[in-house]
Design a protein around this ligand. Structure first.
Ligand SMILES: C[S@@+](CC[C@H](N)C(=O)[O-])C[C@H]1O[C@@H](n2cnc3c(N)ncnc32)[C@H](O)[C@@H]1O
Length: 402
């Protein structure tokens, strides 16, 4: 991995640096990257070439989070990895604008994933980070998007900046230490206690936290929102005061589709209700991870007229099919006890050649099971095999995605 320091990064912002970046962006992946780098070093200083190659690689990678915009932005490796993806940041910025926020302090701004979205939504931003290179990158990004006038980047410890003039705060603490990811909110930088104190000082406060945050750690007066993108849970956000719109919420991108419990009233916290288990119906639903994390399974079951297979399993089943963005739906064709020998005979009889194997609440290795089932049919004869539990017993459900 090639680390870039502040001086090298500044070189990228010069006319020469930009020209080299544009040249790299226009080129396709070289068959011989070593020879391509050597050729560039004949025309540009070696440090600039190395910084530009790193930046170009990061920009290409960053398309996953920032789409086409990545080509205009600057990144550091750690800054990119910790940044909020564009769609999620935009969703958050909409929440802040809806609450009437005019100037937000984005504490721990990183390379600006959230700050840029706030600014693009018309909110002025005081963006604070303690790392000088990260601040330089955030500044360059605001300029690259024509948002420099809206984004004031300050290099400082967030505990030491004045919040005067800001009517809201957003905090996205660093959740990684030298040895990797940090799960305990007390070990975030700055720690959870700082976040809680912040919400007491500024009523319109929002924090980004890990999706796995225990519900017991969530302040009752705040809203907790879990956001998934393309089915993967990306983050949880906690919102206080005028930023609160519900008690718990699951928002699915790219929709967005949002399922919520409770109201904006902080004195009202909607207690999660788990759906009752019952008989296996002809339809099965696999809820989106954000719905599960937000403990909205009971609310989704109400919407789908559904029940669970087992109190410990997050699959829902129903007698009727309802189209929903909050769960993947399946039609169950067969319900079998989980027994490899019987399953093998069943699969042979049906002549399946392709099986998507899913499991929940069953300690199996899908790849090993697939080998054991010895699929012999044509590849086009496909089904989904769901190994799970029904009222405490292991079952195998054969199904087709709807
Ligand atoms: C998770 S990243 C922020 C990502 C950002 N929201 C984005 O979307 O690009 C956390 C940042 O917090 C900064 N940080 C950690 N502790 C800090 C502190 N006490 N004061 C200022 N910045 C801090 C780190 O340098 C890091 O850039």
């Amino acid at each position: 991995m090639c680390r870039v320091d502040l001086t090298e990064f500044d070189c990228l912002l010069t006319e020469r640096g930009r020209a080299l970046l544009a040249e790299l962006a226009a080129g396709s992946d070289s068959a011989d990257p070593l020879a391509a780098a050597t050729a560039l070093r004949a025309r540009y200083p070696a440090e600039l070439v190395s910084a530009a190659l790193t930046q170009d690689r990061l920009r290409r990678r960053a398309r996953a989070k920032f789409g086409e915009q990545a080509a205009d932005l600057y990144f550091t490796e750690a800054g990119y990895e910790q940044s909020t993806r564009r769609q999620v940041a935009r969703l958050r910025a909409e929440r802040f604008t809806a609450a009437g926020v005019r100037r937000v302090a984005d504490l721990c701004c990183g390379i600006g994933g959230d700050a840029l979205a706030f600014a693009a939504a018309g909110i002025d931003v005081l963006a604070v980070d303690r790392d000088p290179l990260t601040c330089a990158v955030a500044r360059a990004n605001a300029a690259a998007l024509g948002l420099a006038e809206r984004v004031e980047v300050v290099c400082a410890d967030v505990a030491e900046v004045s919040l005067d003039g800001c009517d809201a705060v957003f905090l996205d603490p660093a959740r990684r230490a030298e040895r990797g990811r940090v799960f305990d909110p007390a070990a975030y930088s700055p720690p959870w206690s700082f976040a809680v104190g912040l919400a007491e000082r500024v009523p319109a406060a929002g924090f980004k936290v890990a999706p796995g945050i225990p519900h017991g750690a969530l302040p009752a007066e705040a809203e907790a929102e879990w956001v998934s993108d393309g089915g993967d849970v990306k983050e949880a956000g906690i919102y206080f005061g005028p930023l609160r719109t519900a008690s718990r919420r699951a928002t699915l991108l790219p929709g967005p589709h949002s399922l919520a419990a409770g109201s904006a009233d902080p004195s009202e916290s909607a207690i999660p209700h788990d759906p009752a288990p019952g008989e296996i119906g002809p339809y099965l639903y696999e809820p989106d991870g954000a719905v599960i994390r937000a403990r909205l399974l009971g609310d989704l079951a109400d919407l789908l007229d559904a029940r669970t297979l087992d109190p410990t399993i997050a699959y829902l089943t129903s007698d009727k099919h309802t189209d929903t963005p909050y769960a993947a739906g399946y039609e169950i064709t067969d319900v079998l006890p989980f027994n490899v020998k019987k399953l093998r005979a069943f699969v042979a009889e049906r002549g399946y050649g392709t099986l998507t194997i899913k499991k929940r609440g069953a300690d199996i290795d899908p790849e090993a099971l697939r080998r054991q089932l010895k699929l012999g049919g044509p590849k086009t004869n496909a089904a989904t095999l769901i190994v799970t539990r029904h009222l405490g017993r292991h079952v195998a459900l054969v199904a087709h995605a709807l």
